[in-house]
Design a protein. Sequence first.
Length: 458
Amino acid sequence: MLRLYNSLSRKKEEFIPIIDGKINLYTCGPTVYDVAHIGNFRTFLFEDFLKRVLIARGFDVYHVMNITDVDDKTIQKALAEGKSLSDITEYYTNLFMKDLSILKIIPADVYPAATEHVDGMIQMIQQLIEKNHAYLAQDGSVYFSIKSFKDYGSLTNIKMSEMQHSDRVSSDEYSLDNPQDFALWKAYKDEDGDVCWESPWGKGRPGWHMECSAMSIEYLGNHFDIHCGGVDNKFPHHENEIAQSVCAKDTPFVNYWLHSEFLLVDGGKMSKSIGNYYCVSDLIEKGMMPEEIRYILLSAHYRTKVNFTIEKQHEAKKGIQRIIELRARLNEINDNMDNDLPLEAEAFNNALDDDLDSPKALGIFFEWVRSVNSALDKKTISDEQSSQGLNFITYFDSIYSILPASDSVPQSVIDLANEREITRQNKEWGKADILREEILKKGWIVKDTIDGPKFSRI
RNA sequence: GGCGUCGUACCCAAGUGGUUUAAGGGGGCGGUUUGCAAAACCGUUAUUCGCCGGUUCGAAUCCGGCCGACGCCUCCA
């Protein structure tokens, strides 16, 4: 039984899809004004992990991830660089897609862009106005009236009457009925340049929250299964989405809200000024493998803060190598595959089913790795066990995706190893050690076994 | 001020009332194996879960207080 922690109820709940066997999943995507950083990808990787578990459980998952390609930051960036909005957003969208692919994240079925769904947003805003949930302010913007929705604040457990709003509420929001009312439609301002759409309320652009409501409903229906995002989006973004969507459609909106915790870098929040700000390409340049990044981020539970440090690469590398070595050992003795999994797979699955307990499942998996290695050492392993073992590794990797595609050993390395074998047979240990160093320089570790030299990547 | 999260070994990290006198990984130490290595295996590395009380037959797990770290409170995943 799959159980997920639902932010709405603040507890783990049994997961039951609306339509048997099918899941509609919406995940908040990036605002494409800059390169996405590793903290963003922590969330996208959690969502990927969720999706892989759902797929492994046999669900047919339909996944929508939005691309926020119009908002204050994208407009500012375009202005600052003297480019058009679409120049900026296309550039960063492409970078984002590339990074997703590098990190082996299964692509969403659709990546709707906000700018292509403005009509739908306008329609939804009209519905909200008709139902007296929204009003036109003096400046031509449309605001959602928080007091018109009695459940406002239920996701984040906020009672609006008790809320002390911060100084960040800008003074130009003087015309609001309630300072906490949020914009559904923002009237055109000069600094928006040529970024605007016609609407029944004049020129302007949609408020940020509108896009997720309009696009999720368009692609997944008024009422769908799962909506994910980072914790920081719970308030106000998701709270506002719920308010808009429920009020516009008079139906329930999302059954399960899942939020991933923050990622810290070197113990603190990422900040460009401190310089602890990693993006995927930085890490790859530092010699980190995508699989190592996945390992580091998946070895902590998604609802705990994870501290990302370069030092963790070693741990990741060793863990991954351990699995690769075992796979190689099993491959040598067995090629007859059936579909069975070892008994340990049940505990592994139970851990995953308990709110995606990736660290626990990893622990169970490594415990199994040790037991199989032990049996291999003692030569007490059966064909059946080795076949099941290979299946388990394949299954494991369908969820974690931390095993790199094996690259073939270059001929030059094989030649050096063969040369070294001759020196070893002649007990010329000095020469053999020099050849081992040369192989190492080419990026390979040679291991002397009874069956001849074996290789592994550094 | 309001809401909320976290504090487990040298490091990372599960475990949220009894099969745990606390998984798993990394690191260290000792051993098996090896020409030496590598990999693998075996043993070892927290009588204890931030601190202090309480509830209970029994608590890392529940309750209260304190200390410490952190997040959100209008557009940051």
